[in-house]
Design a protein around this ligand. Sequence first.
Ligand code: FE
Length: 223
Amino acid sequence: MSQHSHPPSAPAQGHDHEHSTLGEMDLRVRALETLLTAKGYLDPAALDRIIETYETQVGPHNGARVVAKAWTEPAYADWLRRDATAAIASLGYAGRQGEHLVAVENTPGQHNLVVCTLCSCYPWPVLGLPPVWYKSAPYRAKAVIDPRGVLADFGVRLPADTAIRVWDSTAEIRYLVIPLRPPGTEGLSQDALAALVTRDAMIGTGLALEPPAQAADPSGVAP
Ligand code: FE
């Protein structure tokens, strides 16, 4: 599907279809897909192939590689700060819904949280398809009103003096959070580091995982 744009006065949330197991957006998408297929504008098989690609080949493991490289290579981290789209494309991650990527780096003083308040804009090349909750009206509304409350919902508690900055994605700009590198990971390879980087950590609703016990033990850290 082609990328959408944000109408300036689009309602942030519509009424809920309490009587249906499908959300309003799902109903709209199905109606549109049915209509376009009936008119011959859309090939359902081609659509299935696109979805399968993003479900099986493109996913958060791509973003995790970007983060692990940024953690271990200062020059790459610097490139990511200056031009994330190019730095990420250099690893082969580019394409639809990722034409303009911005990396936002967590620091001890600032945590970053990504939302699309109007719909579901998301950096597909590095994270794959967005989770259902990312597209939900409650997340989209609460992320801007009460970001600390959202983090608590996800089991994340930050120091009171850590500021939370919320980034509102658009069809033009998609954000990738670079989480803080966990302590005790100094000797880990990029592959081992990437395994600690979850999808939620790159949206900002989570933190990077603690390293496995033997890696946290100084005697287990590689020289
Ligand atoms: Fe959107």
